[in-house]
Design a protein around this ligand. Structure first.
Ligand SMILES: [Zn+2]
Length: 282
């Protein structure tokens, strides 16, 4: 357990620090975690965070405190609480930006421009810390990447897995089918601890991943039951039934994930769709 105090870098492993951004909220929990990793000639900033001059100043202050310059900027995905600070940090330090390509929906950082595109299986050499491997994990959003630091068995999971809640899967760039496949894919890797995009470290990662898969499949089962009782329903028709365990003020957000479940049922051949209304296949 490490303190989640905004602005103060906390060393969470040899050569790895966490810096909490000042953006707590309903969707971001305590705020976005920016990670600083010791590379060959300086620091790698992983998920620089939102466009907040205070957080950008805190990243630079943390680099000074650690005594290493910022050399590279990595992002897990391009939601507005993860990548926008990359631009200012790139302009101020000259550090190249590495990450996925842009996704065109209305939820993305439109200023994200990678200097170097990363894809599944790529690896980044970190000097004494060894190799950081890129694992493509579409689902939360189609361009999502996780990074595995083999030396510590530490997975930087962005918003694929966060501590304290489940993540929203918002179609069309989010996909429940892809999300579950990406979770299963992680089970093949040797992960000892998860350093998420929001919240504290997640120990017992295999268990956390399996519980997340099982939670999503239980929800899918609830969607099937609701659909069998109410054929020809849209996501908004079903949200109060399927998310009866979730406070009503969260239903507008839950509706995104519910739509993702309905799309998955359709993709799996288990439901038909007509004008945004779903019916279980007979
Ligand atoms: Zn996100």
């Amino acid at each position: 357990m490490f303190a989640l105090t905004p602005g103060q870098p906390v060393q969470i492993a040899e050569g790895v620090w966490r810096l909490l951004a000042l953006n707590p909220g309903m969707m971001s929990g305590p705020g976005t975690n920016t990670y600083l990793l010791e590379g060959t000639s300086g620091l790698i900033v992983l998920d620089p965070g939102p466009e907040d001059p205070r957080h950008i100043a805190n990243i630079e202050a943390a680099a000074q405190q650690i005594g290493l310059p910022v050399r590279q900027i990595l992002v897990t995905h391009t939601h507005r609480d993860h990548s926008p600070a990359a631009l200012a940090l790139h302009e101020q330090t000259g550090a190249p930006r590495l990450g996925p390509c842009v996704v065109n929906d209305n939820l993305q950082d439109q200023h994200w421009q990678p200097d170097h595109l990363l894809k599944d299986g790529d690896s980044i050499q970190l000097g004494a810390l060894g190799e950081l491997t890129v694992i493509s994990t579409p689902g939360h959003v189609s361009n999502h990447l996780c990074f595995l630091l083999h030396r510590h068995g530490m997975l930087f999971s962005g918003d694929h897995l966060i501590n304290g809640s489940t993540v929203v899967i918002a179609p069309p760039s989010g996909s429940m089918g892809a999300y579950i496949r990406s979770l299963n894919k992680l089970l093949d890797h040797d992960v000892h601890v998860i350093a998420p995009g929001h919240g504290d470290l997640i120990h017992q990662p295999q268990q956390a991943i399996e519980q997340t898969i099982s939670h999503r499949l239980k929800r899918e089962h609830k969607v099937r039951s609701a659909l069998s009782e109410r054929p020809n329903s849209s996501a908004s028709d079903l949200v109060a039934i399927v998310y009866d365990d979730t406070p009503a003020f969260l239903h507008p957000i839950a509706e995104f994930s519910l739509l993702a479940h309905l799309i998955k049922l359709n993709e799996d051949g288990d439901a038909t769709v007509n004008g945004g209304r779903y019916t279980l296949s007979s």
